[in-house]
Design a protein around this ligand. Structure first.
Ligand SMILES: [Zn+2]
Length: 87
């Protein structure tokens, strides 16, 4: 379980996922809804996160089906420079 926070709205969401996992569309939508929920608000990042997090949230853009590709990473690891979309 991984908790993502938004320190602007003072909200958090706990997702049933793990480090190195790709988030499902359902998890992405839930995180956005629960962390901010306002379509006009620009408080947070790609998941609506804001402020210090336990993990790093890597936005890999869209996959070959046009679905958002967001991966949860260890925050102490260096950035992934290349991610093979076929993997
Ligand atoms: Zn907001």
């Amino acid at each position: 379980m991984i908790t993502i926070r938004n320190d602007f709205h003072n909200r958090k969401v706990t997702l049933r996922t793990y480090v190195n996992a790709r988030l499902t569309l359902r998890q992405i939508r839930r995180a956005r809804r629960e962390l901010c929920g306002s379509p006009d608000c620009t408080c947070g990042g790609v998941l609506g996160e804001r402020g210090p997090q336990d993990v790093r949230i890597q936005d890999l853009g869209l996959d070959q089906y046009g679905e958002p590709f967001i991966q949860i990473l260890d925050k102490d690891r260096p950035e992934i420079e290349h991610f093979d979309p076929k993997f």
